[in-house]
Structure formats: structure tokens, C-alpha cells
Design a protein. Structure first.
Length: 50
């Protein structure tokens, strides 16, 4: 698990989705202070599966 740079709390992976732009990115979110840090270099487009 990752550690937060600000408070040294534990960080979990979380997926953030922007429905207006149609993009998704995976981020590390701190359980203690709520700080987020990108786990991927850039957002990925959302695609539908049929």
C-alpha cells in the first residue's frame, strides 16, 4: 500500500470518472486526509461494451 505524503496515512486505489468529458483515471486516495494522487500518467476515455 502507498503512504500519503501529507499525513503518512494509508492510500487506496480509487477510480474517478468524469461523465461530461467521458474520461476515467485511477487515483490513490488517502483514508485519513482525503488527498488524491494520480496512479496513471493520463486519463483514459470511457468506452461502452456491447
Amino acid at each position: 500500500m502507498e503512504r500519503c505524503d501529507k499525513c503518512k496515512g494509508m492510500m487506496l486505489l480509487e477510480r474517478a470518472v468524469d461523465m461530461d468529458a467521458g474520461l476515467a483515471i485511477t487515483v490513490f486516495a488517502c483514508l485519513n486526509c482525503g488527498r488524491r494522487r494520480a496512479a496513471e500518467p493520463e486519463p483514459r476515455p470511457l468506452v461502452s461494451r456491447h
